[in-house]
Write a protein that binds this ligand. Structure first.
Ligand code: SPD
Length: 357
């Protein structure tokens, strides 16, 4: 009996201790408050060494989670129940999330390093005044190809991907807007087209290319192309740059009929718990030396002018990844087509994917 009482006392004491600790941590903004920072970013999109450096400099522990498409990221944040402090949507997703009231207005006074961003990437139509988002990386969509595997085929047009000699030789990145955009651009339509007949035509055109499509994949597209498992791929420019670092036989081209110019910006979701830490992190990533290291590590194009000046000329001077304003001016940025139309793009893409399987 005595032993039972003793055990009971121990259990009560431990429970009270835990309750006290939880209350203490909550009172001081606790685990999900100013001691941790939850970042929700694309896969392979930061140098992990920089996260460690941020932790050392600030004493804030970083919890890092990844997504592989704007659609997946938006669904998760829209559903609620998440407390991400920083995320990195692309332009049309920023516009949509903002319209849905999901983003927090940023305090520019806490972002002194914002001065390093090239004005060319500021005040864009999806977020005038950068009230809700801060440039992280930017790029294009195009074709990466291995001239040795395609027997003399050259790539300058989307149409080249429909060439019969490319049977089972093409990889596509798993993105609804990118793949539908390729179908639309191939037909001479805008990649923001909402005309139902055009969208159906684009899907039919994409279905014609299925014999050439080996797989529709996520970040592994880089490894597969670098290992010469396929001759060509539809990719984001930064992935192309990383693939070409691994295998210098490959080349990257933005098709002449047009393509996508995209921007990924850092945002603070409204449900963030550590708003102060989120500003600290964004400002840290804007530091020229940090941004240059990050750009060199992930292979994507930095919008940070001071960071660009720190990069080796072979990177900053490569017009395939830092196209001039004349070329970018000819490319299209994705519009926020609204919830219904974006869902329709997804449906059409899924139908194409199912057909492929
Ligand atoms: N592996 C990181 C990929 C990030 C690419 N973001 C591009 C978005 C284009 N809408």
């Amino acid at each position: 009996m005595k032993q039972l009482v003793r055990m009971f006392v121990v259990v009560i004491a431990v429970s009270l201790g835990l309750m006290y600790l939880t209350a203490y941590l909550n009172a001081s903004e606790g685990y999900s408050g100013d001691r941790t920072l939850t970042i929700y970013n694309w896969g392979d999109y930061v140098d992990p060494e920089l996260l460690e450096r941020f932790e050392e400099e600030t004493g804030i522990k970083v919890i890092y989670q990844t997504f592989d498409s704007n659609e997946a990221m938006m669904t998760k944040i829209e559903q609620g129940g998440t407390t991400f402090d920083v995320s990195v949507p692309s332009e049309y997703a920023i516009s949509k999330m903002n319209a849905e009231g999901l983003l927090l207005e940023l305090d520019h006074a806490k972002l002194p390093n914002l001065k390093y961003i090239d004005p060319r990437f500021m005040n864009l139509s999806f977020d005038p005044d950068n009230a809700y988002s801060i440039p992280y990386f930017w790029g294009t969509v195009g074709i990466v190809y291995n001239p040795e595997l395609v027997g003399g085929l050259t790539f300058s047009s989307w149409d080249d991907l429909w060439d019969e000699r490319l049977r089972n030789q093409i990889l596509l990145l798993d993105g609804a807007r990118e793949v539908m955009g390729m179908g639309l651009n191939r037909l001479g339509y805008s990649l923001n087209d909402t005309n139902e007949a055009h969208l159906q035509e684009a899907k039919a055109k994409l279905l014609e290319m299925t014999p050439n499509v080996k797989a529709i994949v996520g970040d592994e597209i880089k490894m597969l192309l670098a290992n010469e498992e396929a001759a060509a791929g539809l990719v984001w420019s930064g992935d192309a740059s990383e693939i070409m670092d691994e295998n210098d036989k490959l080349d990257y081209v933005v098709p002449e009929e047009g393509s996508n110019l995209w921007f990924d910006n850092m945002v603070i979701p409204k449900t963030a718990r550590n708003i102060e830490g989120a500003h600290q992190f964004i400002n840290f990533m804007l530091d020229p030396e940090v941004a240059a290291q990050n750009a060199e590590y992930v292979g994507y194009s930095t919008p940070n002018k001071a960071a660009l000046a720190l990069l080796p000329e072979e990177i900053s001077g490569d017009e395939r990844f830092y196209p001039n304003e004349e070329l970018t001016g000819k490319l299209e940025v994705y519009d926020n087509l609204g919830k219904k139309m974006l869902a329709h793009y997804n449906e059409l893409f899924l139908e194409f994917k199912m057909h492929k399987k």
